[in-house]
Design a protein around this ligand. Structure first.
Ligand code: MG
Ligand code: MG
Length: 277
């Protein structure tokens, strides 16, 4: 009973998911505006924290046991769960920022990746921007698939197919996945970023998913660093992470963590998001 209730939200519960999504998006907007050489990852985190507090929300990352920050900031070979701190961003860095907010008991969760400009290394920047572009495109492919999917597993199929179609030979992390989102930031069902035999639960109105491809330029093997959080590639290749929280409702889908509901990102896939009534 509890599992079923958390999988499919009522229309009123879906409406409660809108504001935390928008707050999360605004926090990432603040971070995006700040990314530049010389900025520390702690400063990025502070910018997100300021937005979350100003909007009357709280950090849901800080509800995760042992975590004291509003964001995760993962640089270069770090893929996810990097801890903000004194690290200074350098030209050419590829930086993934994951943020979330809880508002009136409901949660948003989203991640972006930015490549810090470096005019002296155009090839490095181009390669990293390509990794980010392919990862972001796979996120939108997964969201677009959700719009017409019968089962949750079709999302991962679309994500993997999109990444493979890039022809880049990138790896997809296997040990880290997307998730349902609602009263808790992490709830069922699991949202894989790759094809699985069991397609999982039905896609029906009320489903809210955080879809979050984690893609690496080389081998998908990862390790957890000595800080017990940061997930880095074993081979030192670059990592990338994009994420949105998405609601399925009676009249279609709506990307909760995008100010336009995902209209721009979904347009290339012929999908038009519909606001939650
Ligand atoms: Mg996240
Ligand atoms: Mg997530």
């Amino acid at each position: 009973m509890g599992l079923r209730r958390s999988l499919y939200k009522t229309p009123a519960q879906l409406r409660s998911m809108v504001e935390p999504g928008l707050i999360t998006a605004a926090a990432l907007d603040a971070v995006r505006a700040l990314v530049a050489p010389g900025v520390t990852t702690a400063e990025l985190d502070a910018a997100a924290a300021e937005v979350v507090a100003a909007r009357g929300a709280e950090s849901n990352f800080q509800l995760v046991r042992g975590y004291r920050h509003t964001t995760c900031v993962s640089v270069n070979e770090q893929v996810v769960h990097g801890i903000p701190g004194s690290r200074v961003l350098e030209p050419g860095d590829i930086v993934s920022i994951d943020a979330g907010a809880q508002f009136k008991g409901w949660n948003g969760d989203s991640a972006i990746t930015i490549v810090v400009p470096d005019p002296s290394r155009p090839e490095l920047v181009a390669a990293r921007e390509r990794l980010s572009e392919v990862t972001q495109t796979s996120l939108w492919a997964g969201i677009a698939a959700l719009a017409s999917a019968a089962r949750v597993g079709e999302v991962g199929d679309a994500v993997q197919t999109s990444i493979e179609s890039s022809g880049e030979g990138y790896g997809i992390l296997r040990d880290y996945v997307g998730h349902g989102i609602g009263r808790r930031m992490h709830e069922g069902p699991t949202v894989f970023n790759y094809r699985v035999a069991d397609l999982g639960p039905a896609v029906r109105p009320g489903l809210c998913l955080a879809i979050e491809p984690m893609v690496v330029a080389g081998s998908e093997a990862t390790l957890v660093e000595d800080d017990d959080w940061t997930v880095s590639t074993v081979d030192g290749s670059d990592g990338c992470h994009w994420e949105h929280s998405v609601a399925v409702h009676e009249n279609g889908i709506w990307v909760l963590t995008a100010a336009d509901g995902g209209a721009a990102g979904l347009a290339p896939f012929g999908v038009t998001p519909t606001p939650i009534a």
